[in-house]
Design a protein around this ligand. Sequence first.
Ligand code: 5GP
Length: 178
Amino acid sequence: MQDDLLKVLLTEEEIQQRVAELGQEISRDYKGKDLVAICILKGAMHFMADLTRHIPIPLTIDFMAISSYGVGTKTSGVVRILQDLDASISHRHVLIVEDIVDTGLTLNYLIDNLESRRPASIKIATLLDKPARRAVNVTTDYNGFTIPDEFVVGYGLDYNELYRNLPYIGVLKPEVYK
Ligand code: 5GP
């Protein structure tokens, strides 16, 4: 798998340290609040698992699976819910846990969708932010790393469902997806 990478963008240590910092920040902000952390599958699975272990306050966890990319590296703008939440989020404080914000279309759709369920609040934690290709205005509340406009894989992020199991984040060689 390593041979398919152009370079490592974020090492395992860098990711773990930043995720711990975000966890502390989130714990301070949500102390005494009824928090539900929503993991957006599949890309945010590692981020969610590590992040919530750095949030030592009561919270519940739920999952939502959506598809924004088909096969390939370009966003379609069409978002589909593949798996919905188990529980109601009405009057609860929602933290969306996302892997990466690119055009922002996915998050935009998601926020609209979740807002209609009347939560007490919605905030966004994203591990990566790729502002170069933003097509809609979305504001993230907790941002791990701002990265350049390159297609990245690892730590949950895939290309054609592969590379999610890398413990770090790397840039894929363009010839791999051409
Ligand atoms: P957006 O709707 O913001 O354009 O895209 C969000 C989704 O696209 C992310 O949740 C992620 O699944 C996928 N995505 C965007 N950029 C990348 C990238 O560089 N690498 C990978 N693996 N997925 C990406």
